[in-house]
Structure formats: C-alpha cells, structure tokens
Design a binder for this molecule. Structure first.
Ligand SMILES: Cc1ncc(COP(=O)(O)O)c(C=O)c1O
Length: 382
C-alpha cells in the first residue's frame, strides 16, 4: 500500500532544468542566483531586504544574533512549534520562555505574552502555526510598548496573508523567518531566509551568515585588494546557487501552490463539517492561511484513544503526524528545568492533534481516499 504523506514537495521539469543550468555554470555557490532569489522574495513579500541562508534554523539563529540576544536575555515563543523556534534563543545564550496558545487558532496568545514580559525580555518569536497568521497587530503593540524585537517564525506561512499583506512584509515585525524544507510551501531542499525592512538589521544578518567577515566599511586601512575583516563571530550559513535557482523557480508557482492547498482545505472542511469525532482550527479574522498543515483536534471522547486512532490511520496508509509535542516536554528542555503544566491550552491541544495529508500536488483520488479512511477509522471508535 502506498502511503499518502502528510506533506510533500512539488518539483517539475522547469525546476530541474534551472538547477542543472546552475550546476553547469561557473558559480555553484556565492554566485548571482542567491541575490536573484533574495530580490524575488522581497518582491513577493513586500519586504525591503532579504538574506537567504542554509536553513530555517540558521535564519532563526542569525535573526536572534542580529536582534542582539545574549546571555541572560529572555525570548518568548510558543510551545506548539518545532524545537528550532526556541533553540535559537539557547544558541545565543538566551533563555526561551513559553507563552500559552489561543484555544481556537493554537497561535501564541498575546495576553499570555504580556504576562511573561519582564526586564530580561528582549525578543518575541510568534510562530504562524500550520500557516495561520498570528495576531500580529496586537503582538506588535505589546512589543512596541515594552521595547521588544519581534521575529515572526513564518516557516509554515510563506504565501499566507495578514490584513491584505503577504506574511513576510514585516509590517508588524522587525524580521520574518522562512524555511524551504521539502514539506514547506516552496523548497530548496534545505534552506531558509530572513526578511526585514531595517537596513541596520540586514547589515548585521549579512555578517552573521558568513563568519562575521566583511569586505567593505573597514575599521582599519586595507593592506591590499585581498583585504577583508572578521568583525564578529559568524557562521557558514550560506545557501548554494543551485538551491537558490530551485527557490526562484519554485517561488514563481507559490500562488498556485497556495490555491491548491486552499481548495484541499475547503474540501476537507466541507467533508468533515459537523462530524462527531474531531474539530478543526478556526481561520483567524482578516487573515488567510497558507495551509501548511491540516490539523484535526479530537473531541474529548476520542482524545483518550489518540494513540490507537493514530496507529489505525497509519495502518490505513495515511502518513499522519502529530504537530507538535510541546517543546518543553522534550528531555533536553526538562533537564533545563522546564516543568510540565506551564501552558495548559498547548498541552491539551497536544493530546488531541493529528495532522492529515495536505500538499499541493495531491490528486482528487488521494483527497477522497483521505476523507474516506479518516471517517472509516473513527467509526470504529463510537
Ligand atoms: C515552525 C518552524 N520553525 C523553524 C523550522 C526550522 O526550519 P528548517 O528545518 O528549515 O531548519 C521549522 C521546520 O520544520 C518549523 O516548522
């Protein structure tokens, strides 16, 4: 039986042709395609500056460094996310602080953020869970009031819109981070980007991507044409030109990808409306999701059976997944002293969630098969 995965990339002949052309060229890394990809991402999102890097995790790390996160600083994020959204604070010597999520959207709750702010707080990292935009306006208002930097983790949300602007425009944030992992809206294999409207943040980001080395604005007189300076401790977070070529080609199709995901989500919503087994996430007002994930939330009666229901869905050929184990449940975070019980809404959600397949190239037959199998598995648990 062929498994229908919860997410899958869509690579066509045009994508492959673009990658091959770069592989045959003189520049497979540090060449012109990277700037072209960055310019395209700026045009698409509306942000002024873009830095493409080797992963979404690298993007979060350089964004935290550019925000000035240091030992002792606190970074508030959600527990319902991939570990990278919190790990980036640890990389800088900072401390992740988890604020609970809203019950209907499962995005970070601005009220819960307010309660966690103290003199050590430096950065807020809201995550657009499953592609549903957070309440950015309110989060930005809280940040401004408390002099904090906002980094949107939009790993799930390229192509989503908030108040008629594309996520990534940074209208209500200082920086936005993207991921191009294969299950995301567009892919470069591995890859990520940071968007910003701030020239000074952009200049810092550029340094952190490449070992902290610069070839301009020298502090000392250049000794010759070879001269360059390392000004801070940076990393090698460069993306390659053939990945950027794939990104450029994929980005041309992003709106059609979102349209396809939207129509799958609409079909699922119709098919599952009023069912007695599970609830669905609510679309936030004034926003449109990129539908990165399609989450079902088991009702109380079925919550206890989640392990068995999940196993049965897998047995029926559905590559379901759970997004996410609350970050502070992981042994590493437990060893750091985080206790269970700190975010009750998130913890309850974790016990109910199952992500069912959604990706742009899904056939009608696959979609119908998902609907049929999901309902069939649940009827066994009446
Ligand atoms: C919400 C979130 N943030 C960050 C990342 C990290 O991105 P990457 O895998 O490109 O490093 C992911 C990846 O799954 C993610 O889901």
């Amino acid at each position: 039986m062929k498994i229908i995965p919860y997410g899958h990339q869509s690579i066509d002949r045009h994508d492959i042709k673009q990658v091959i052309a770069v592989l045959k060229s003189d520049w497979i890394t540090q060449g012109p395609k990277i700037k072209e990809f960055e310019d395209d991402l700026c045009r698409y999102t509306g942000a002024r500056f873009c830095l493409a890097v080797s992963s979404g995790t690298a993007a979060l790390h350089v964004a935290c460094l550019a925000a000035g996160v240091q030992r002792g600083d606190e970074v508030i994020t959600t527990p319902i996310t991939f570990a990278a959204s919190a790990n980036c604070a640890l990389y800088c010597g900072g401390k992740p602080v988890f604020a609970d999520v809203q019950k209907d959207t499962i995005n970070i709750d601005p009220f819960a953020i307010s309660k966690k702010i103290n003199t050590k707080t430096k950065v807020l990292i809201p995550v657009h869970f499953a592609g549903y935009p957070c309440d950015l306006k309110e989060i930005n208002r809280i940040a401004k009031k408390n002099n904090l930097i906002v980094i949107e983790d939009a790993a799930h949300a390229l192509g989503a819109t908030y108040q008629n602007k594309k996520i990534g425009s940074c209208t209500y944030s200082d920086m936005t981070v993207l991921s191009f992992h294969p299950v995301k809206t567009i892919t470069t294999g591995e890859g990520g980007a940071v968007l910003t409207n701030s020239k000074s943040l952009y200049e810092k980001l550029v340094m952190f991507r490449n070992h902290g080395i610069t070839k301009s604005n020298f502090k000392r007189a250049p000794e010759g044409e070879w001269y360059h300076e390392m000004r801070c401790l940076g990393y090698n977070y460069r993306i390659t030109d053939f990945q950027a070529a794939l990104g450029i080609s994929q980005l041309r199709k992003v709106d059609s990808f979102i349209k396809a995901r939207q129509s799958i989500a609409d079909i699922y919503k119709k098919a599952f409306s009023g069912n007695p087994y599970f609830d669905l996430l609510s679309e936030p007002r004034g926003a449109q999701s990129s539908h990165h994930l399609f989450a079902i939330l088991l009702k109380d009666h079925y919550k206890r059976e989640r392990k068995q229901i999940f196993a049965n869905l897998r047995k029926n050929g559905l590559g379901v997944q759970v997004h996410y184990i609350p970050v502070y449940f992981h042994p590493y975070y437990q060893q750091l002293g985080f206790k269970r019980g700190i975010c009750p809404v998130a913890e309850d959600f974790y016990q109910r969630e199952i992500s069912i397949p959604i990706y742009q190239s899904m056939s009608k037959a696959a979609m119908q098969s998902v609907i049929k199998k999901v309902l069939k598995v649940f009827t066994g648990y009446r």
